[in-house]
Write a protein that binds this ligand. Structure first.
Ligand code: MG
Ligand code: ZN
Length: 437
């Protein structure tokens, strides 16, 4: 790992230790998960472990002890020449301390013996119970053993506390380097979307458009997607997390794609909706312009110091006015928001945090209130309108239309920056590009 990168992971560990101050923090890596026989599902490190270590091997355990000489200890799989022949080199115990800038490393096989020793004089363990069944068992055994030992003069283990809120709060505010990685993920995603638009035409299958898009993700350095791509044509666009992607595109239908390339562990989360034949029908266009105006209102509301929920409300007001204009609902904007009469057409939130995870870590509320926006927060703005089967009252001419437009923004000192504003979204730009291959 490069020196700069190492520094960044180390400084996060230092910050976390400063916040926890007493006891020890224990964070487990992901494990391989078997797919069949000797084949595993593709491995991806859990984001929090990555955030604190930059280490992408399975099974490791990180132990942070702010008041001990070896503050930062890691348990890793051993280097194994046989494993290297079949799968590739592992970092191993000897190389781990220098490579990860960590004080000491042990083989993971010694965890059961070494962990109780590392924790023997510690009263509070910060560990997320339920995050790892092996570590859960180890913790329970430890509680039991320490109860016995405290009878004979050992230090009583008083608490197991969840470190997740503290870590999630850190992950919520992105550094400049993190924002650059999200930007890289978005830049790759943009090329994928543009090419997906180019190859869209009636008769093509959803998975073929997906293949075109994702091939550009891969070619541009994204080793995997941030989440399974949603490539939804016709009424499938009303299924929020449709990932079947096997339908044939029909003349006159819309195609909604919600996808994001992952780049060095950070992901984009972009949605665009366009006509399969390259021309919006008047109805499709009317709904599209409402969603686009709603998104723009949400984005313009963003600035440090406002409540997160204000973005949603700003977007929602435009959507509801649009539903009134379309004849889908009747009443006043405030009354319809109060009674939630828009829910059959808009049933998801407008925004979520974005970063290492597509639905990234971080609280949405602070006590009773919606959280206050701060510089460095990265999130999506993604209003939509869906006239699917659930919208039984929807006007006949709108049935089957599902439109979502999703962009990624960062809160800046002065306001906001739309990281994905290079991905075209106006009706005229889309109509110009779709089907040009
Ligand atoms: Mg999305
Ligand atoms: Zn999203």
């Amino acid at each position: 790992m490069a020196y700069n990168e190492k520094q960044q992971f180390k400084s996060r560990r230092t910050t976390l230790m400063g916040q926890i101050s007493d006891g020890a923090i224990i964070i487990g890596a992901s494990h391989n998960s078997p797919r069949n026989n000797d084949v595993d599902y593709e491995f991806r490190q859990n984001s929090t472990f990555w955030y604190l270590t930059g280490f992408d091997e399975p099974d490791a355990v990180l132990v942070l002890r702010p008041h001990h000489k070896d503050q930062c200890v890691i348990f890793v799989n051993p280097y194994d020449p046989q494993f290297e022949i079949w799968v590739g080199a592992r970092l191993g115990v000897d190389a781990a301390p220098e490579n990860l800038d960590i004080d000491a490393a042990y083989p993971i096989s010694e965890l059961d013996d070494q962990l109780p020793r590392l924790l023997e004089d510690i009263e509070t363990i910060h560990y997320s119970i339920g995050s790892d069944s092996k570590l859960d068992d180890l913790m329970m055994n430890l509680v039991q053993k320490r109860r016995g030992l405290s009878q004979r003069g050992g230090v009583h283990l008083l608490r197991i506390e969840d470190p997740k809120p503290a870590i999630d709060r850190m992950r919520l505010i992105k550094s400049k380097a993190e924002i650059e990685l999200v930007q890289s993920a978005i830049d790759v995603t943009r090329v994928g979307f543009e090419n997906a638009m180019r190859v869209t035409k009636p008769g093509t299958f959803e998975y073929q458009v997906q293949a075109e898009m994702e091939s550009h993700f891969r070619k541009l350095g994204s080793v995997r997607n941030g989440y399974p791509s949603i490539v939804a044509s016709g009424t499938n666009s009303c299924i929020l997390h449709y990932i079947n992607n096997r339908e044939q595109l029909k003349d006159g239908d819309l195609l909604l794609i919600d996808a994001g390339a992952e780049y060095d562990y950070y992901t984009a989360d972009i949605t665009r909706t366009w006509p399969v034949n390259g021309r919006f029908t008047p109805e499709q266009k009317e709904v599209y312009e409402i969603v686009l105006a709603s998104q723009s209102a949400g984005i313009k509301a963003i600035s440090p110091g406002i409540e997160f929920n204000e973005v949603h409300i700003a977007s929602l007001r435009i959507l509801v006015q649009g539903l009134i204009d379309l004849g889908a609902v009747e009443g006043s904007i405030d009354g319809l928001i109060e009674s939630r009469a828009y829910l059959p057409y808009y049933m998801h939130g407008t925004s979520h945090w974005l970063g290492l995870d597509v639905h990234d870590a971080g609280p949405y509320r602070d006590e009773e209130r919606s959280i206050t926006l701060e510089e460095g927060m990265v999130f999506t703005v993604e209003p939509g309108l869906y006239f699917g089967n659930q919208a039984t009252e929807s006007p006949e001419n709108l049935k089957g239309i599902g439109i979502r437009i999703e962009d990624n923004v960062v809160v800046t000192a002065e306001g906001y920056s739309v990281l994905s504003d290079t991905i075209l979204s106006s009706v005229s730009d889309i109509e110009e590009l779709v089907g040009t291959v």
